[in-house]
Structure formats: structure tokens, C-alpha cells
Write a protein that binds this ligand. Structure first.
Ligand code: ZN
Length: 277
């Protein structure tokens, strides 16, 4: 029952994310007006707006003008539903599930917009910064790193929410700062921008939302997969070096992987590096 609820909610959230992906880059409201076909501007009836189902029933075409509907619509809806289900397996349907689904949703929107427009809207990254800090404090998740930092300062038994606040701010500053330094160094050495400021803001947001180990994991997954897949893509498509890699897309994918599997990955790594016993 919980799983069915998670999947249905995931599909509905995914449908809303498609609206955000289409409208945010154009500076339009995501609340109004109701959805229209981008080709014929005809309003889309509710029964033509059912996640995944309508796409299949309509054969991927607008009912009025027969213009093709992008496969991105069902893809985002199914992806969001799968993430909602995976998070439900981990956390059950509670506040933690909701917070991590909202975070994953923001990552999907950023990844898709960066892929289509090579831009990462401040409306998400900058708002995500302070919302991430608040959500972290609200959940008060245990934070060994913040505990260690305070321990060094001689403070024991700090309340969980204080630890969560420190952990979130540490993640924000460390990961955002690291990426900002890489961007600066690249600019000094090469005289061109190798990375947009949007990527830095996005990683600062991820740092605030996930805290340190998971935000670093996001950065590693995003960088390695971006370099690998980017190189292969440029070879196959014959793109020149001018091709701009959508780094935010890879960071978004890394963040979602970190949110779902990160705790396990970090534990496997630590057990490998420092075997228990
Ligand atoms: Zn149409």
C-alpha cells in the first residue's frame, strides 16, 4: 500500500516537474495558466494530462495538432516514481521520505534544464541553499562529522539539531568552496571559464541538503561520469572541444544516487578502508 502511494505520488510530482522544466528557463509561472500544447497553444484537458498514460494513449502526439510530445515527459514521470519508490523502501512514507523526494525533484529539474539550456536557475539553487539548511535542522539526522568537529573544540553532547545545523553549513561551505576554487584555478590557468557559477551554486545547495560525505560522493560521481560519458559522446558525435558539457546534469544524477544509495556506498568504502575489528 505504501509502495503504491509512493509510486502514484511520484508520478504526480514528476508531472509537475515537467511543467517546471518547460517554464522556469523562460521565467514563466509554474502555477498558472494550465498546460498548453507548445505548437498549437491549445489547452490540454485533464484526461490528456494523466502521467505516462496520456502519452501512450495519444501515441506521443497532441490531440489537436498532432505535434510530437517530447519523450522527456514520460521519462521524468517514471524516473520520479522510481525514486519515490526507492526512497520509500529506505525510509517508509515519513518526513524523511518527503524531504528527500523534494530534494531529488529539484535535482531532476536542474539536470533536465541544464541538459536542454545549459543553465541552472538561481530560483532553485539559491532557494535550495536555505531550504536545505532548514530541512537538515528539521530532520536532525545524526552527523558524526559535526560531532567530531565539536569534540575537537571540547564540546560534548550538543543537541542533534545543532549538530545537524553545523553538518549542513559545513557541507555547504566545503563542497561549494571546493568547486568555486576549482573554477577559479581553471580560469587563472587557462583564461577561460571551464565551469559556470551555476554549477558552484548547485553543489553548495547539495552540500547544504546532504551534508559532507554524501555531497562529496555526489561530486565524485558527477565528475567521473561527466568526464567519461562526455568524452565518449564527443568522440561518437564528432563534436569539437567547444562543446559545453552539461555538468549540472551529471551532478544531478550523482546527487540522486547519493541520496538513495549513498549511506551504503560510504559504509562499504569505510569498511574497506578501515576494516572493523
Ligand atoms: Zn497541439
Amino acid at each position: 500500500m505504501a509502495m503504491a502511494t509512493a509510486i502514484l505520488l511520484g508520478l504526480a510530482v514528476g508531472s509537475f516537474l515537467n511543467v517546471c522544466i518547460a517554464r522556469l528557463p523562460r521565467g514563466e509561472s509554474v502555477a498558472r495558466p494550465r498546460s498548453r500544447c507548445p505548437e498549437c497553444r491549445g489547452a490540454i484537458a485533464w484526461f490528456d494530462n494523466v502521467p505516462v498514460v496520456s502519452y501512450l494513449v495519444l501515441g506521443a502526439r497532441c490531440r489537436r495538432c498532432r505535434a510530437r510530445i517530447s519523450a522527456r515527459y514520460p521519462f521524468v514521470e517514471i524516473l520520479t516514481a522510481l525514486i519515490a519508490a526507492a526512497l520509500a523502501v529506505r525510509h517508509g512514507l515519513g518526513p524523511e521520505w518527503a524531504v528527500q523526494l523534494v530534494f531529488s525533484a529539484a535535482m531532476i529539474v536542474l539536470a533536465a534544464i541544464d541538459l536542454e539550456h545549459r543553465t541552472l536557475p538561481d530560483a532553485i539553487t539559491l532557494n535550495g541553499l536555505w531550504i536545505g539548511v532548514l530541512a537538515h535542522v528539521y530532520l536532525g539526522a545524526p552527523n558524526p562529522l559535526a560531532q567530531g568537529l565539536l569534540g575537537l573544540a571540547g564540546v560534548e553532547n550538543a543537541p542533534p539539531r545543532v549538530l545537524a545545523l553545523i553538518g549542513s553549513l559545513a557541507g555547504l561551505i566545503a563542497v561549494g568552496g571546493l568547486l568555486w576554487a576549482v573554477r577559479e584555478a581553471f580560469f587563472r590557468l587557462r583564461g577561460v571559464e571551464g565551469m559556470g557559477l551555476g554549477d558552484v551554486k548547485m553543489m553548495a545547495m547539495v552540500g547544504a541538503c546532504l551534508g559532507l560525505p554524501l555531497a562529496l560522493l555526489t561530486l565524485v560521481i558527477g565528475s567521473v561520469s561527466g568526464a567519461l560519458i562526455g568524452t565518449i559522446f564527443m568522440r561518437l558525435s564528432g563534436k569539437t572541444r567547444d562543446y559545453e558539457l552539461p555538468f549540472g546534469t551529471f551532478l544531478g544524477a550523482g546527487a540522486v544516487i547519493a541520496v538513495i544509495f549513498g549511506d551504503d556506498l560510504v559504509r562499504v568504502y569505510l569498511d574497506g578502508a578501515f576494516p572493523p575489528g
